[in-house]
Design a binder for this molecule. Structure first.
Ligand code: F6R
Length: 265
């Protein structure tokens, strides 16, 4: 795992955008199409805006062949609701980048097919050849995707129930915590760990405790994000506030400052 402590959220967005663009270019040069796993929520929005700005300035790669898979989706919202994660990712990223809507995927929360929705999403991910780069945020309670504390580290895509804390954290998107759906479909921890490279982004002081538990605490279902310690290729990109509770912060800063140019992330 590489922990990259940067000063500001804007620097986090620029570095994360560099990593995503590098993958898209590398796959295109190999005559392939990048398969990206995407988080929603507030944290990656600055990265997504950076990618769009670069593309619109003519500097970003061509995204038309890219396929994307969302981490999770609310259950129970009308399909045309603006806060579904599929609508959110299309609005905030894939439409502005020119990725065709049929290449933009998420777990299907339609009530009629709900019991098999997790297995169907796993099959879609397998058919796509797996996710090359998975963007992750982290909840204040240590969740990744919507795998709340107590989620099995071996879990696959399935229905979960949000904690009161997550519903309250997400109230800003819905006007009140009561309006936040209680149920979600989410990639499981084992699903997330199958991606080739995990890119966990965190900004702001509210994430400092969860980040420290994920990076330096024990691997435990009580902090689902700690499962990233089991993955061989993880980049954790943090602003100063999100990094503030790390006990090995000096070391991470030293590693980053002395990183050889050839090494990459
Ligand atoms: C969203 C997701 C969640 C969020 C997390 C942090 O697709 O998977 O794990 O990344 O809840 O949300 P923000 O970034 O809004 O603080």
């Amino acid at each position: 795992m590489e922990v990259v402590p940067l000063a500001t959220a804007a620097e986090v967005a620029r570095l994360a955008a560099d990593i995503i663009e590098e993958l898209v270019r590398r796959r295109a040069a190999a005559d392939g199409a990048a398969v990206l796993g995407l988080a929603t929520g507030s944290t990656p929005l600055a990265t997504y805006a950076e990618l769009i700005a670069r593309r619109q300035a003519g500097a970003g790669p061509d995204y038309r062949g890219v396929r994307t898979f969302n981490l999770d989706e609310y259950v129970g919202l009308p399909p045309d609701h603006e806060q579904t994660y599929l609508a959110t990712i299309r609005r905030e990223l894939t439409d502005p980048l020119g990725i065709p809507p049929e290449q933009v995927h998420g777990p299907d929360p339609a009530l009629a097919g709900l019991p098999g929705a997790g297995e169907r999403y796993e099959a879609e991910l397998r058919a796509a050849g797996g996710i090359a780069l998975q963007v992750l945020g982290i909840g204040t309670d240590g969740h990744i995707g919507f795998n709340e504390p107590g989620s099995s580290l071996a879990s696959l895509t399935r229905i979960k129930t949000l904690t009161a804390r997550t519903r309250s954290d997400n109230a800003r998107f819905f006007g009140s915590a009561d309006a936040v759906p209680r149920h979600v479909l989410t990639q499981g921890i084992a699903t997330i760990l199958r991606a080739g490279h995990l890119l966990l982004l965190a900004t702001g002081e509210a994430k400092a405790g969860a980040v420290a538990a994920a990076v330096e605490g024990p691997v435990t279902a009580s902090c689902p994000a700690s499962a990233i310690q089991l993955h061989p290729h993880v980049s954790v990109i943090l602003d100063a506030a999100a990094a503030s509770a790390l006990t090995r912060l000096d070391y991470y800063q030293e590693v980053w400052a002395a990183k050889p140019d050839w090494q990459g992330l």
